[in-house]
Design a protein around this ligand. Sequence first.
Ligand code: PMT
Length: 216
Amino acid sequence: TVKQDLAGVNLLISAGPTVEEIDPVRYLTNHSSGKMGYALAQKAADRGANVTLVSGPTQLSKPSGVAVIDIISAKELQQKVKEKFEQNDVVIMAAAVSDFHVKQIAKQKIKKNGQSMHLDLVANPDILADLGHIKTHQKLVGFAAETQNLIENGNKKLVKKNLDMLVLNDVSRKDIGFNAADNEVRLLRPKKEPKLIAKTSKDKIADEILDELTSL
Ligand code: PMT
């Protein structure tokens, strides 16, 4: 039997990639498989939390005992997360959100015209930073996918997005991070030393993140 230490906690989790359409054939996305966010959703539900999972397109089966909302683009993710924000106690943004969308989605397939092509990209809203600035009772947890200067870049995001915790991922490694079964992360918290969670399964990482949350 699993300890029910999250009983009564309303928890909103985002997971997976976002997809930004270019034309009827093409799109922009990233390597997120959704595994990390789905592991968190399943473990939190197992521990008694009322979990809502907002998910980008993934190949995974839905976690059990979790309310799942499917989204495609960052804009849709933003709408759903904002709608659910007030009623949740904890929000964990594990989704790999596209930083840009295409200015004008082409209605027809874009034809090849010469040797190069330009896409006009416009910044997406930073969903997590927006939540950080309107949060009241909520605990806010972000993820960061970094390839260099990990701690420095992670700490900047922790402060800029006004987070209670940031889960730092090294996505330059093939054996952890994107799409891997395992992960290794550092937990960054305001005014505390980074805490390393050494390489293990994403399920175990999820439990450790939730343990840390209960101590916040
Ligand atoms: O899905 P897996 O294959 O299991 O891989 C897991 C993971 C590596 C994708 C995941 O653990 C992870 O690191 N997710 C965050 C990826 C990301 O978008 O990182 P970022 O450093 O670009 O963004 C920082 C934080 O801001 C994230 O919490 C992100 O959800 C959020 N964000 C980013 C951009 C944006 N426009 N809006 C946001 O809310």
